[in-house]
Design a protein around this ligand. Structure first.
Ligand code: HEM
Length: 494
């Protein structure tokens, strides 16, 4: 009898799975290679190079099939969109993230990347002003200081062997972001650049690992794993570093909340109001954040900034190392804008570096560091030619959008000049998706551009760069990055 019941239950499960996986009239094309019940899961097992190859292949398939396709992980449906209009519809309709983001939830919880849409809406509105251009202008001095440190660390390597520049860039970005977020003195900053940076790095790597190890997706299995024990330990390390910093700053600011004037501070070198102070003020005046929220936002800024920006600048250096005429044009522009080698780049200088800006944008278009983003499809969504069904997930293929045929016949080519004449750019703004699509896009994109521009300006003014982007093989972590061995060579210009 019990065997009979078991068989009936099994049969019902099989029928339910078959009905769920069966294409319906407005389904998009299914990516080839799906196996019954496991779908494409077998195709993501392997190293991170392999993982990126799979994600790229799926986006190319989506581009060739009207801009939307369907893949499967077990019985979970994962759509992939590369059509600009449909990307915008989906990203502005579905604001929640799919279950894989929950792997980072214990650590980042209400931070912008992982927050539920209801919390995200209020927090994003409150945090937006902390990342506007006027505030960022007050960081220019601090970022120049960090860029000088970067260039001086690169000094001993110039004229020697080719080397991996990314670890130096990671240091640079982490210092710039944590200094402008936390406003720490040199002593506390050391802890941030060592123990805190290491813990964040390990945690981020761990979330990727869990994503790839499908059997650890179940929280019941995960809670008994060695990975979970390590995660708890690392989260404690991070909390023990950041919580005292928040408390110390809080008591310092108590009764000392002089209104901050960004207009005046921009003209006072080195003076800025760190993001932490802005959040503490909002917490004090509007009860907007708890101490935990503040820690989660700070950790989110650190975790989301350094992998991405350091990879982007690495790719740009490899690009300009490959195209000497592009490099010379950047150098000439730098000479025109800032005559003396020891001058800092001011906010006005940065505006004048138009060609460098075009190179940054074009490199991030052809070599994006975040190749896709994902959303939870929590309601049926009607797109132009198909309907996405509730209960599934959807990836928006940024790589596909950035190389979409609407960019023109030379979409795959690196051609910075296209940015110098806006009339030649495609009309659909969602095609420039290097920083995401729709309302939940990157809050740090202006800061990231500023850090990239200042670092590149300092490096290119001092050194001649050699590298080769055309041989780069990438792997997918939280961001795309070159696998080891793609080095640049620096020669001093003096
Ligand atoms: C080259 C550098 C960067 C790239 C390519 C990049 C890309 C992105 C993308 C594609 C998203 C959207 C994620 C999604 O929709 O799921 C995003 C979100 C985000 N990024 Fe960036 N990012 C960069 C640098 C930064 C920096 C420097 C910061 C912080 C200082 C930052 C902080 C964030 C945060 C907090 C979010 C979540 C925004 C939200 O959901 O409201 N990013 N980024």
């Amino acid at each position: 009898m019990s065997l009979f019941v078991l068989l009936v239950v099994l049969l019902c499960l099989l029928i339910a799975a078959w009905l769920w996986m069966k294409p319906h009239p407005r389904s998009p094309a299914i990516v080839p290679g799906a196996l019954p019940f496991i779908g494409h899961s077998h195709q993501v097992i392997g190293d991170r190079k392999h993982l990126w190859n799979f994600f790229r292949k799926v986006q190319v398939y989506s581009l060739k099939n009207g801009g939307v396709c369907e893949s499967w992980f077990g019985t979970h449906k994962f759509y992939v969109i590369t059509d600009p209009e449909d990307s915008l519809t989906l990203s502005n309709t579905c604001l929640n993230k799919p279950y894989v983001y929950d792997f980072a939830k214990k650590f980042l919880n209400n931070g912008l990347i992982t927050a539920q849409a209801s919390v995200w809406k209020t927090h994003r509105k409150l945090l937006n002003p902390a990342f506007n251009q006027q505030v960022l202008n007050t960081y220019v001095n601090e970022i120049n200081v960090q860029a000088r440190t970067l260039v001086s660390k690169l000094g001993p390597l110039a004229g020697k062997e080719p080397f991996d520049v990314r670890k130096y860039l990671i240091n640079y970005v982490l210092s710039a972001v944590t200094r402008t977020s936390l406003g720490l003195g040199t002593e506390d900053q050391v802890l941030i650049e060592t123990d805190y940076a290491e813990a964040i790095d390990e945690l981020v790597a761990m979330f990727c690992d869990r994503g790839q190890k499908v059997w650890l997706h179940s929280s019941y299995i995960y809670k008994w794993s060695a990975m979970k024990r390590k995660e708890d330990q690392l989260i404690n390390t991070v909390k023990n570093i950041i919580n005292p910093i928040i408390q110390k700053r809080k008591s310092k600011l108590k009764g000392n909340s002089v209104p901050y004037n960004y207009n005046n501070s921009a003209s006072t070198p080195g003076k800025f109001k760190p993001v932490l102070d802005q959040m503490l003020q909002l917490a004090d005046e509007q009860n907007a954040f708890t101490d935990d929220d503040i820690r989660e936002h700070i950790d989110t800024l650190a975790a989301s900034s350094y992998h991405t920006t350091s990879s982007a600048v690495t790719f740009i250096l490899l690009v300009i190392g490959k195209y000497p005429n592009v490099q010379e044009r950047i150098y000439n522009e730098l000479q025109e804008v800032s005559k003396h080698e020891d001058d800092d780049f001011t906010e006005q200088d940065l505006h004048k570096l138009v060609y460098l800006e075009a190179v940054i944008k074009e490199s991030m278009r052809v070599y994006p560091v975040v190749p896709f983003i994902a959303r939870k499809v929590d309601r049926d969504v009607n797109l132009k030619n198909c309907t996405l069904r509730a209960g599934s997930s959807c990836a928006i293929g940024l790589y596909g959008l950035l190389r979409h045929p609407l960019w023109g016949a030379d979409a795959e080519k690196f051609r910075p000049e296209r940015w110098l004449d806006p009339t030649t750019l495609p009309e659909q703004r969602s095609l420039y998706a290097a920083f995401g699509v729709g309302r939940r896009n990157c809050i740090g994109h202006l800061l990231s551009n500023m850090m990239s521009k200042i670092a590149l300006a300092h490096i290119c003014r001092r050194y001649h760069v050699t590298g080769d982007i055309s041989t780069v093989v990438c792997e997918f972590d939280v961001a795309l990055q070159p696998v080891k061995g793609h080095h640049i060579f620096l020669k001093s210009r003096k």
